[in-house]
Every structure is written in structure tokens, then in C-alpha cells.
Design a protein around this ligand. Structure first.
Ligand SMILES: [Zn+2]
Ligand SMILES: [Zn+2]
Length: 305
């Protein structure tokens, strides 16, 4: 799978950073793409990438602040002309997302050429999308705001070919049955398929956060995640000030990585007050004093896992 950042700034854009916009490529489990937040200029940024809007099947919104949703009407409209015709789109987000979409489309005389389904979150949400499980849980940002935990499907373990051959079974279509089923029949005998393959391989877990100050649900969403995308609006200075604004300070995020046993963290939504050079310098300093696996991301950074 792959995460691509199209916007990594908090609140306001800078010359180098647009506001929050994140794509999740589901390959090898599925061919479609999910977006998490659609800040302004998302569609312009996507034009610089091989991703096509027509491939986006789901959009998850964390909260209704402008730096997370102002790009949505443009993305929805352009999707009609970029391979989206006739392909359904699901949008998940807090209460208000439906009214926002309906008002912006109707007031600008837009008629989409594909069906949209809008799923407003009431407190929390557990959703199955194909073979993926998605959980939305409330954060603490002063307005309704959610984080998402995405569990990729598990894949069958590799076959013990030697053991199958010892039964007299040569490679062929029957092997697929052994791989995908719990039992199989060969020469009139029923076998337990698990005796002939390694255990299922668990797919990765991804946690993608909206804006938040520290709260209990952070661990619910991110515990043992393979990858976490988290805001780190303040990467230096006063922690109390960051929390007073319902945002996270880098110290909060480093603590969460530790407590949640998170394999790797991609830290985004940095305050527009930091220059590129300052971000690099602070990152280097932090890496000297901390063992957690993390990086600050910028627009167009991609992470594969
Ligand atoms: Zn924000
Ligand atoms: Zn916000």
C-alpha cells in the first residue's frame, strides 16, 4: 500500500505546502484510491501525480475546518471529467458534510454524472468496505473531529508444496483451492487445508488522524498500527499553548508513538510558521534524542508499506 501527501500545512497554505490532503492507494488489495481530507488545491496537486480522480472511490473527511474541506467541491466536479463517469463515490465525514456538499454543488449549478453516497458519522462509525475494516472515532479538537483506523485484509499463507507433492498432488488449479479454503478433497479424502500452508498473513493497519489534542481515542485508533499519519502542528515551543488551541505538540505525538507501539509515523499538518529548513533542522535534532520511528512529511512525499 502507499500513502501520498498532496497537502501538509496547518490552517493556511504556504508557498511550499498546501492544506491537508492525503491519498491511500489500496494496492495490492484493491485497485481504487481513498482520499483523507480534501484541502484547497487538492485537484491541482493530483494533476502532478499519476493518480486519477476517477479511481477515487471513497473520501473520508476528518472535520469541517476549511483547511480540510475547501477542495471538496472542485474535486467532486472534476471527477465527472476525469474518469469518474458512472462510478459511485462514497463520502464519510462529520455531521454537516452532507449540507456542505449539497449546498456547494447546487449553488454552483453542478450535476455530477456519477452517484454519491454520503455517510455522516454519529459519534463513531464501524464500516466494512470490500475486505477492509474502517473505524472512525472522535478526537478532541473543539469541533466534531474524527480519526480513522483502516485494517487491510489478511492474505492466505504460502503453500507447503513439498507436503502437497508427498500426497501425490502436482501443482495445478487444485492448489488454489488449498490456498483459499479451510478444507479440500483429494482422492476421496478430506484434508484440513491449514496443515498444508503457513498461517494467514495479516494485512497492515493504518491510522489517519484529524486535528486533535491528546485524547483517549488516539490509542484506540493507533494501537500497534504499522503506519500512523498524525498532525504535529507545533514542532517546538510551548506544549501547553498547542493543547490550548486543541492541537498536538511534537512531544504529544512522540509519546503516542511510544505508548501505541506504532511502527512508523508520518507527521503532517505543520504550522505555516516553520520554513522547510527549520523543519529539517528540528527533525534532525529530534532524531538525535528520540528512538521513535517518524518523519515530517511535505507535499508529494509518498510512503510505501
Ligand atoms: Zn487543520
Ligand atoms: Zn482543524
Amino acid at each position: 500500500m502507499e500513502i501520498i501527501f498532496f497537502g501538509t500545512s496547518a490552517g493556511l497554505p504556504t508557498k511550499d505546502r498546501h492544506t491537508q490532503s492525503i491519498a491511500l492507494k489500496l494496492e495490492p488489495y484493491a485497485t481504487d484510491i481513498w482520499l483523507f481530507d480534501v484541502g484547497e488545491a487538492t485537484q491541482h496537486q493530483i494533476l502532478h501525480h499519476s493518480i486519477k480522480l476517477g479511481k477515487v472511490s471513497h473520501i473520508f473527511i476528518t472535520h469541517m475546518h476549511g483547511d480540510h474541506v475547501y477542495g471538496l467541491p472542485g474535486v467532486l466536479t472534476s471527477r465527472s471529467f476525469q474518469g469518474g463517469e458512472g462510478k459511485p463515490l462514497t463520502i464519510v465525514g462529520p455531521k454537516g458534510i452532507k449540507a456542505y456538499i449539497e449546498a456547494s454543488l447546487s449553488l454552483t449549478h453542478v450535476h455530477l454524472n456519477y452517484p454519491i453516497h454520503i455517510n455522516e458519522i454519529d459519534q463513531q462509525l464501524d464500516l466494512t468496505v470490500g475486505q477492509f475494516e474502517v473505524q472512525a472515532r472522535a478526537l478532541n479538537h473543539g469541533v466534531p473531529c474524527y480519526g480513522y483506523r483502516i485494517q487491510a485484509p489478511s492474505t492466505p499463507g504460502t503453500l507447503d508444496v513439498a507436503k502437497l507433492k508427498a500426497l501425490g498432488m502436482e501443482p495445478g488449479p487444485k492448489y488454489q483451492q488449498v490456498k483459499s479454503q479451510d478444507t479440500f478433497e483429494f482422492n476421496g479424502v478430506v484434508y484440513d487445508a491449514h496443515d498444508f500452508k503457513a498461517p494467514d498473513k495479516q494485512g497492515p493497519t493504518v491510522a489517519i488522524f484529524g486535528d486533535t489534542k491528546p485524547c483517549d481515542n488516539e490509542l484506540v485508533l493507533a494501537q500497534d498500527a504499522d503506519v500512523m499519519v498524525h498532525e504535529s502542528t507545533y514542532i517546538d515551543g510551548d506544549k501547553k499553548l498547542a493543547n490550548d488551541y486543541h492541537h498536538s505538540h511534537i512531544d504529544d505525538v512522540l509519546q503516542l508513538i511510544e505508548r501505541g507501539n506504532i511502527q512508523h509515523a508520518l507527521l503532517t499538518h505543520l504550522s505555516n510558521r516553520y520554513t522547510k529548513e527549520e523543519v529539517k533542522a528540528i527533525e534532525q535534532q529530534l532524531k538525535h534524542t528520540h528512538t521513535q520511528s517518524f518523519q515530517f512529511v511535505q507535499d508529494f512525499d509518498a510512503y510505501q508499506f
